[in-house]
Ligand binder design. Structure first.
Ligand code: FES
Ligand code: FES
Length: 148
């Protein structure tokens, strides 16, 4: 099957039921997308599927054929994406483990709602858990990114 990741096509001979997260990390070496719970509960594996944030650990790879996937590596090669810059400005990360997933959810939110309210942010980010409790800085960073 042919899948498109970060604007590049990959022709892979793999089990169509394999979760996308396994394909990204174990087959393509794109380890920026993190394995947390593996059952759809934490959001650390979030990627964009046609600009919408989805949990890649519970997404069979067959379901993304014909769609465009963006991982954290696809945002920029040098942390220059506007959301990554806002994350740095707000000093968001603590241990960092959840942060790629948080950033991908934030990017998806800002594509859908360029000027989100706090409620919009809370709703959109509710699928992402941070054991370090960086939620208030995440909210601040999203507002910084929304200002452009
Ligand atoms: S690893 Fe996918 S939701 Fe936790
Ligand atoms: S920064 Fe540590 S889990 Fe979120």
């Amino acid at each position: 099957m042919i899948i498109k990741i970060n604007n590049k096509d990959y022709d892979l001979n793999i089990d169509p039921n394999m979760p996308l997260l396994w394909v990204l990390r174990d087959i393509l070496g794109l380890t920026g997308t993190k394995y947390g719970c593996g059952v759809g509960d934490c959001g650390s594996c979030m990627v964009l599927v046609d600009s919408v944030a989805r949990k890649s650990c519970i997404l069979p790879v067959s379901q993304i054929v014909g769609k465009s996937i963006t991982t954290i590596e696809g945002l920029s090669s040098d942390a220059s994406h506007i959301v990554q810059k806002a994350w740095i400005e707000a000093g968001v990360p603590q241990c960092g483990y959840c942060q790629p997933g948080q950033i991908m959810s934030a990017v998806g939110l800002l594509i859908a709602i360029p000027k989100p309210t706090d409620d919009d942010i809370n709703n959109a980010m509710s699928a992402n858990i941070c054991r370090c409790g960086t939620y208030s800085r995440i909210r601040a960073a999203i507002h910084i990114a929304a200002k452009g």
